[in-house]
Design a protein around this ligand. Structure first.
Ligand code: MTE
Length: 361
């Protein structure tokens, strides 16, 4: 039996705390990922929250600290938004195949999903509280207790105040037209479009406006990028770069590794995501290790915070073939070619060209 009413195809990537990802074929079937197929990334138990007792506290560098009930939040103007959640650990498995990362979740390409979120703009709530000039970061804290580290603290993280008050940042109480499911943050979560999933804190209990980023374990220690020469043994956690915007990425969902498509035209399909306010502008695929590229067609649905689905047709002769995919964003950035360039000991933000090995019949 699948926990949390997930479809049977959803793959458990860690039993406890419960983590699961969407298989690539299923992911590419729906532009808006159904909730029962949506990946789950938990660092602790899923808390059971009584919506009547629930309060969201807003404190720190604000003119009027607030404590809001769910009803009060739901009385504010509602916004619906299609936005992609993208886990910074997506595609870690490829990095782990190069060097093992004990204790880390070996995500394939399915720690990503695109939902229609309903809620209130974070900036509308912050306006009620009055943002002081000293506020540089909005720190979010959840109601769950972390069991993956030794801290036993709630999960948390922060985004710069400019992002917190930007379009596309929601306090969401609905996912795909229904109240949030418990595993996705009932009754309220943050959804920060264009940022790694870790900043979209579930079971949100508190927003603190601060001069500095959050000092939560998941901002100050985990979800940080270190250069390739740094290891778990010699890491100085006061350094490293806190993850923020989604790394530009492009994934082939079909065909999948090990498949045997028939010779001739092979339809290649996938998704691509960009960070910040940038959009995916171009996706290209290659069957000759990047010597020549074929442009893919891109979906137009969903708005600026949504992923783009893409499709290309390659003419493939018989034998083993590697299909390579890469994207370019509206800022003109593209992806690194090899995992050597992106390797980091915590296994985040792998956005090297995505490669799928098939045998054409
Ligand atoms: N919020 C809380 N409170 N606890 C968590 O463990 N995981 C984060 C984020 N918010 C997490 C959290 C991470 S790393 C990701 S990728 C997304 O939630 C995943 O959201 P989902 O489980 O709804 O797909």
């Amino acid at each position: 039996m699948q926990p949390f009413r997930k479809r049977p195809e959803i793959k458990t990537t860690k039993e406890y705390p419960y983590n699961a990802e969407t298989p690539p074929g299923l992911l590419r079937e729906h532009f808006v990922t159904p909730t029962n197929a949506f990946y789950v990334r938990n660092h602790g138990d899923v808390p059971e929250v009584d919506p009547e007792q629930y309060r969201l506290k807003i404190s720190g560098h604000v003119e009027r600290p607030l404590s809001l009930s769910l009803e009060e939040i739901q009385r504010l103007p509602k916004t619906d938004l299609v936005s992609t959640l993208y886990c910074a650990g997506n595609r870690r498995r490829e990095l782990m195949e190069r060097t093992p990362m004990p204790g880390k979740v070996a995500w394939d390409v399915g720690a990503a999903g695109n939902a229609r979120w309903g809620g209130v703009l974070l900036r509308d709530v912050l306006r009620e509280a009055g943002v002081e000039d000293a506020a540089r970061h909005a720190a979010f804290t959840g109601l769950d207790k972390d069991v993956e580290s030794e801290t036993g603290e709630p999960f948390g993280g922060s985004v710069p105040i400019e992002r917190a008050t930007a379009d596309g940042v929601l306090l969401a109480y609905e996912m795909n037209g229904e109240p949030l499911a418990s595993e996705h943050g009932f009754p309220l979560r943050v959804v920060v479009g264009g940022y790694v999933g870790a900043r979209s804190v579930k079971w949100l209990s508190e927003i603190t406006l601060r001069a500095e980023p959050s000092d939560n374990h998941y901002q100050a220690v985990e979800y940080k990028i270190f250069p390739p020469h740094v290891t778990a043994e010699n890491a100085d956690y006061s350094g490293g770069e806190m993850l923020g915007e989604i790394p530009l990425n492009c994934v082939t969902c079909a065909p999948q590794n090990g498949e045997t498509p028939a010779r001739g035209p092979v339809v290649v399909r996938g998704y691509a995501v960009a960070g910040g306010d940038r959009r995916v502008e171009r996706v290209e695929v290659s069957a000759d290790r990047g010597r020549s590229w074929t442009g893919a067609s891109l979906s137009e649905e969903g708005g600026p915070a949504a992923w783009r689905f893409w499709e290309a047709t390659l003419e493939l002769g018989p034998g083993p073939r590697e299909i390579v995919a890469r994207a370019t964003d509206s800022g003109g950035a593209t992806q690194p070619e090899t995992i050597e360039e992106v390797w980091n000991f915590q296994g985040y933000a792998n956005n090297a060209w995505h490669r799928v090995s098939v045998r054409v019949g």
